[in-house]
Ligand binder design. Structure first.
Ligand code: ATP
Length: 274
């Protein structure tokens, strides 16, 4: 299949208010982003420009959503890649992909008349894991290219580039990535607590026909340790159960079945990978 260019991805429409919970993470991220919006303040106060933000936390907690909301909030072009896309057999291919990613970000911002671009790399640990002695040369080149590109980011440059990366293995990252001027700001995106689960569920039932007996608070209580992605699945599965029964509305029972299903799914996933 032909490689889809990041230039083809539409502008992101995700807003911070569509992300349930994560109050602290959202606040920290918005504060960091304010320097992208108020560029003059950097000069005025002599503040070093922020080049990289690292979002850490378990899978499915909304890290990708946060990066997209960041692009929307700052009216930045958004390009995304996953660390695994840079792992290649042939020397130089990964490094070239990094160069292309930065080029695409700039082109996209220019095309859309935007002053800044956000480059999001999910699973950064795959390409930026700790380098230990006898590792593959190709892998080193890719990481080095990323570091070189990041070091080249300046405030005067137009568009301004900000990197956002996500990982659930921050302990695995090469120290070079975490140095000042690289990914030196870390924001924890953790599993939602009860109140946050309720908010996330509310976001995802908004467009669904609910029966009067549906008790979102009870569902939030029964979904301890669920991620945002799993909560989204619960609302979707509940709707599917209702549809199959030709029920006009989704009832509390459908939600109970959906919770079981999502929980079971997790278990089978774990067993099959064990
Ligand atoms: P991964 O580490 O597995 O890539 P992630 O942390 O990037 O996961 P997202 O891709 O942002 O997670 O979330 C997946 C989906 O789960 C979202 O598209 C959304 O439907 C739902 N979701 C996750 N977290 C939240 C949240 N805090 N509020 C609302 N929806 C959420």
């Amino acid at each position: 299949a032909q490689k889809k260019s990041a230039l083809d991805t539409p502008k992101t429409t995700v807003k911070f208010k569509q992300i349930g919970g994560q109050e602290r993470a959202k606040k920290e991220l918005m504060e960091a982003l304010d320097f992208l919006i108020h560029k003059d303040a950097l000069k005025e106060y002599g503040i070093r420009p922020l080049k990289g933000i690292l979002l850490t936390g378990p899978p499915g907690t909304g890290k990708t959503l946060m990066a997209k909301a960041a692009a929307n909030y700052t009216n930045s072009a958004f390009v995304a890649a996953s660390g695994s896309q840079f792992v290649e057999m042939y020397v130089g291919v990964g490094a070239q992909r990094i160069r292309d990613l930065f080029k695409e970000a700039k082109q996209k911002a220019e095309k859309n008349n935007q002053d800044s671009a956000i480059i999001f790399i999910d699973e950064i640990d795959v390409l930026g894991g700790k380098r230990e002695g006898n590792q593959h040369r190709e892998y080193d080149q890719t990481l080095n290219q990323l570091l070189t590109e990041m070091d080249g980011i300046t405030t005067s440059e137009n568009p301004r580039i900000l990197m956002i990366a996500a990982t659930n293995r921050v302990d695995m990252l090469d120290d070079a990535l975490l140095r000042p001027g690289r990914f030196d700001r870390q924001i924890v995106v953790d599993l939602p607590d009860m109140k946050a689960r309720k908010q996330i569920l509310e976001i995802h039932v908004k467009n669904k026909p609910l029966a009067d007996d549906v008790d979102i608070e009870a569902i939030a209580r029964d979904t301890f340790n669920f991620s945002g992605a799993q909560l989204e699945s619960v609302t979707n599965e509940a709707a599917i159960y209702a549809f199959r029964e030709k029920s006009k509305v989704i009832t509390q029972r459908h939600f109970a079945q959906a919770i079981d299903k999502v929980m079971m799914g997790e278990q089978t996933d774990r067993e099959s990978t064990a």
